[in-house]
Design a protein around this ligand. Structure first.
Ligand code: SF4
Length: 65
């Protein structure tokens, strides 16, 4: 699954980082940085949770290809 992060929407709330720190990080301005753009296995559910709890709807998850 491919992760998309819209830094134009991100408000730096950090909920994604708290949910899955292996995939999400924040830059010096607090905006989301992807540490991985593709996830599979157990991480998909963690990333799905992050997508749902992001307060600015900056994250999305799409099938590969
Ligand atoms: S949870 Fe959403 S608003 Fe917060 S840092 Fe992550 S992408 Fe940005």
């Amino acid at each position: 699954m491919r992760i998309n992060a819209d830094t134009g929407r991100c408000i730096g709330a950090g909920q994604c980082v708290l949910t899955e720190p292996d995939v999400f990080d924040q830059d010096d301005d607090g905006l989301v940085v992807l540490l991985a753009e593709d996830v599979d296995g157990e991480r998909v559910e963690q990333v799905r949770t992050a997508v749902q709890i992001c307060p600015s709807a900056a994250l999305s998850l799409a099938a590969d290809g």
